[in-house]
Ligand binder design. Structure first.
Ligand SMILES: *[C@@H]1O[C@H](CO)[C@@H](O)[C@H](O)[C@H]1NC(C)=O
Ligand SMILES: *[C@@H]1O[C@H](CO)[C@@H](O)[C@H](O)[C@H]1NC(C)=O
Ligand SMILES: *[C@@H]1O[C@H](CO)[C@@H](O)[C@H](O)[C@H]1NC(C)=O
Length: 809
């Protein structure tokens, strides 16, 4: 600098006195610019005297002159940049004016640059939005920096950091300015770095170097360059069958690295089968929701393909495996494979009556089934095979106990709660002929009054059979049996259907008092079963026989007379009328009455015993020949009677009797006229017979009309016997075999006219204690049958008949 100053002094001294100085800018106030006095070669006094002053024109006064010291001083801070901008060199031109003499000196002060300005940017930050899809090589213009300094102190270079994605490119332009650009050399990825900060630095070349910076913010814009991605490649879920619609099974989720709408994921079921999307759906949140019905029995699992799609159409897929869990929602199904509606009651134990198939579609315990039947019946159920049951009889059956069973089979599974179902089978037990008919009573006894109408129903036997229908149809059969050598069928018959026992013939008590036989009841089964019962028929007596006088014997030819001595006392037993009645009981209870007598005052007849006794002393006036008519009457209802004539001779000697009786014995005459009398008798008998028949028929018809119901009653007639006359049955004391009814009507009790066999030469045994009824008489039959009997007697008995006509007729 000093050399410069010297150089200027030389030039001034020679020409105009011109001095140049060079000072850096920004010197402090008062700094010395140069020794003007010395350089101009002027004395300081001259400066004073010359009133030296500086003239600057209109420019600011940066420099002042110190007259005392003769130097130039910095008056104001000098900034080269504001003074000269980019002009160079930059100088201040001053004039020093002196008076006395007037002198003018030119002074040039050059201002040199110092590095006092930093490179600067207009904005201290810059923002860019760049798509991540921007291709490499894309250029982005940056702001230039400005440095007011010049020369080396001016702007020198730029730098950009970091350089990961962008590089700086500086291009010199024609005007000398530089174009600053940043170039993408590595693609951007929003998903990695969404915001990038860079720093652009501009440096100058000064010493020390100065720099300015600008911040660059790059926002990477999203591009749909990422597909959604499912979190799991397979999702698993389980759901109970029969779950409610709307149940959420699981949630799937897919992520998309993109932003905004590019990152919005929607889910869908992509399975080809439409049916699946009717069952499951997936909502925007990825919730898998049940919308249809699922049934474990139809499908145990599902596989659903799902898809996640973003709005740009990029997608990912995954699958969901859904296991359906079983719920006990099926009750067992019972099916009868085969069954019998009817079985025989004699079917043996363990007869199979039905085969059942049981099916429960549920699984595990929900499908395990147990079956049983109602326990009040004789059947059991057996598990034959898995799922197959057989219903068998447990014991032998009896239709007579129960003819029908309702078998309820109940099957329940093991689920919780258990489900069950049941079916009722109706089984009919068909009949087997295993019951024999049983009579209502162990034996029967019935009564019938003798002289019944043949065909009269006596009573009814009845047997019951517990079986059914044909097996219970009982028919009654009379068992072959003979009574006194006569087959029972000629006595009675049995109606096969009704069991009514009919009399085949009219019974005669005097011939047979009772008999018994067996009736068999047989059912209609095959083979038939039967049982039998004893029936006893008791024949009841009817007063159908008049008393028969045994003594005195009534003969046509001879006269028998009882002798009464004239000296006989009162009560003398003249004779005894002996009569029998073949009936029994009351019907055979005889009483004796004196009907007619020659002298009523002389004799009486014992009412009970038939003894004829005198009731007063016999005197001489009494006729020798006495004739008494004694009526023997039984006690039947109506009673029957017989008359007997007793001749009594009141005499002391037999010749007396003879003389008296010859006049009324007409033996010879009787014999002569026998034929005549017989013819007459026959005529009378015929007449009487016809009369009897006519009358009886009339009466019968009348009575029958009146009391039809009574006589048709089957009730046995129980006769009444007075105590004393009990038991004439079965003693056999009076057997009278040959009685022939002349008049036979529907009710033989009313039959009054009979031919009877004459009681004759019988042996009379008088029992002293007898009351007149206990008479033991050897029957005439026994006489007849007796081979030793005299022929005459037998002839007599065989051919003698007497006619008794009841007076009540
Ligand atoms: C600018 O600086 C870079 C490095 O920062 C360098 O490579 C380059 O050569 C410099 N340019 C000049 C003209 O100095
Ligand atoms: C069986 O069921 C039928 C019809 O329900 C009924 O009429 C009958 O009485 C029942 N039989 C038995 C033995 O319970
Ligand atoms: C009658 O029944 C009895 C058993 O009550 C039996 O012993 C007898 O043999 C049967 N008689 C006939 C002829 O069937």
């Amino acid at each position: 600098m000093r050399r410069q100053v010297l150089l200027f002094i030389f030039s001034l001294g020679s020409v105009l006195g011109q001095v140049s100085y060079s000072i850096p800018e920004e010197m402090p106030k008062g700094s010395v610019v140069g020794n003007l006095a010395r350089d101009l070669g002027l004395d300081v006094k001259r400066l004073k005297s010359g009133k030296a002053r500086i003239f600057t024109g209109d420019s600011a006064e940066y420099i002042e002159l110190s007259r005392e010291r003769g130097v130039l001083l910095v008056k104001e801070r000098i900034d080269r940049e504001s003074l000269c901008r980019q002009m160079t060199p930059c100088a201040l031109h001053l004039q020093i004016i002196l008076e006395n003499p007037m002198e003018l000196f030119r002074i040039t002060v050059e201002i040199t640059d110092i590095n006092d300005n930093i490179p600067s940017f207009k904005n201290n930050e810059k923002r860019f939005e760049i798509s991540e899809s921007a291709i490499t090589g894309s250029k982005f213009v940056l702001e230039r920096a400005v440095d007011s300094d010049i020369g080396v102190n001016g702007l020198k270079n730029y730098s950009l950091k970091p350089t990961d994605n962008f590089l700086l490119k500086i291009q010199s332009q024609a005007d000398g300015n530089k174009k600053v650009e940043m170039v993408l050399h590595k693609p951007l990825d929003r998903e990695k770095e969404e915001q990038i900060s860079l720093l652009l630095t501009a440096v100058d070349g000064g010493e020390p170097q100065m720099s300015g910076t600008v911040k660059i913010f790059v926002t990477v814009l999203d591009v749909n360059d990422n597909a959604p991605v499912f979190m799991q490649s397979v999702y698993k879920a389980a759901i109970a069958e029969n779950s409610e619609k709307g149940t959420t099974l699981t949630r799937v989720s897919a992520s998309d690295a993109d932003k905004g709408s590019n990152g919005e994921v929607s889910y869908s079921v992509s399975t080809a089968m439409d049916s699946l999307s009717d069952i499951f759906t997936i909502n925007e949140n990825g919730d898998v929701i049940l919308v249809g019905a699922i049934d474990y029995e139809k499908a145990k699992n599902y596989q659903i393909d799902i898809e996640a799609t973003d709005s740009g159409g990029l997608s990912d897929s995954s699958k969901i495996l859904i296991d359906v869990t079983d719920v006990n929602d099926n009750s067992p199904q019972i099916k009868a494979l085969s069954k019998s509606d009817t079985i025989l009651e004699d079917s043996p134990e363990n007869t199979v009556i039905a085969m059942l198939s049981i099916n429960d579609p549920d699984s595990d315990r929900n499908g395990e089934v147990k079956c049983n039947i109602n326990d009040d019946i004789p059947f059991k159920i057996q598990n034959t095979m898995n799922g197959f049951y057989s219903l068998v009889t447990e014991v032998a059956l009896d239709r007579e106990v129960a003819s029908q069973y309702n078998i309820t089979v109940t099957c329940s599974d093991e689920g919780v709660p258990s489900l069950s179902s049941s079916v009722t089978l109706t089984l009919q037990i068909s009949d087997v002929n295993d019951n024999a008919p049983v009579f209502e009573r162990s034996s029967y006894e019935a009564y019938i009054v003798e002289n019944n109408t043949p065909g009269l129903s006596i009573f009814t036997v009845k047997a019951k059979d517990d079986d059914w229908n044909q097996n219970a149809r009982v028919s009654y059969i009379l068992e072959d049996f003979s009574i006194n050598g006569v087959p029972v069928s000629s006595y009675v018959s049995v109606s096969a259907d009704s069991g009514v026992i009919h009399a085949v013939r009219s019974f005669d008590y005097e011939q047979i008092k009772d008999f018994h036989f067996r009736v068999k009841a047989q059912d209609g089964g095959s083979p038939p079963l039967s049982s039998n019962v004893t029936v006893k028929i008791v024949i009841q007596d009817q007063n159908d026989n008049p008393p028969q006088v045994l003594y005195p014997v009534q003969t046509g030819g001879s006269v028998v007379a009882e002798m009464v001595p004239r000296a006989a006392d009162v009560g003398y037993l003249v004779t005894k009328v002996v009569a029998v009645d073949v009936d029994s009981g009351q019907n055979a209870w005889l009483s004796y009455k004196l009907q007619k007598a020659t002298d009523r005052a002389l004799f009486e007849v014992g009412l009970q015993n038939g003894e004829i006794r005198t009731i007063r002393q016999v005197n001489d006036k009494d006729a020798v020949k006495q004739r008494l008519t004694v009526i023997v009457e039984d006690n039947g209802q109506p009673s029957r009677s017989a008359a007997v004539i007793v001749n009594v001779a009141v005499a002391d000697s037999f010749p007396e009797v003879l003389s008296e009786f010859t006049d009324f014995t007409h033996d010879k005459e009787y014999n002569d006229n026998l034929t005549f009398y017989l013819v007459l008798a026959l005529a009378v008998v015929s007449f009487l017979f016809i009369t009897c028949v006519v009358v009886i028929i009339s009466v019968k018809i009348y009575r029958w009309r009146q009391s039809r119901t009574l006589f048709h009653s089957n009730l046995p007639v129980i006769p009444y016997y007075p105590p004393r006359y009990s038991d004439t049955l079965g003693t056999g004391t009076l057997q009278h075999v040959y009685n022939y009814e002349v008049c036979r009507t529907t009710d033989s009790r009313k039959s009054d006219c009979k031919f009877g066999r004459a009681g004759s030469q019988n042996v009379l045994i008088m029992d002293p204690s007898s009351t007149g009824t206990m008479q033991r008489i050897q029957s005439e039959k026994s006489i007849l049958d007796e081979p030793d009997s005299p022929l005459e007697v037998r002839k007599l008995l065989k051919f003698k008949y007497f006619i008794v006509c009841n007076s009540k007729l």
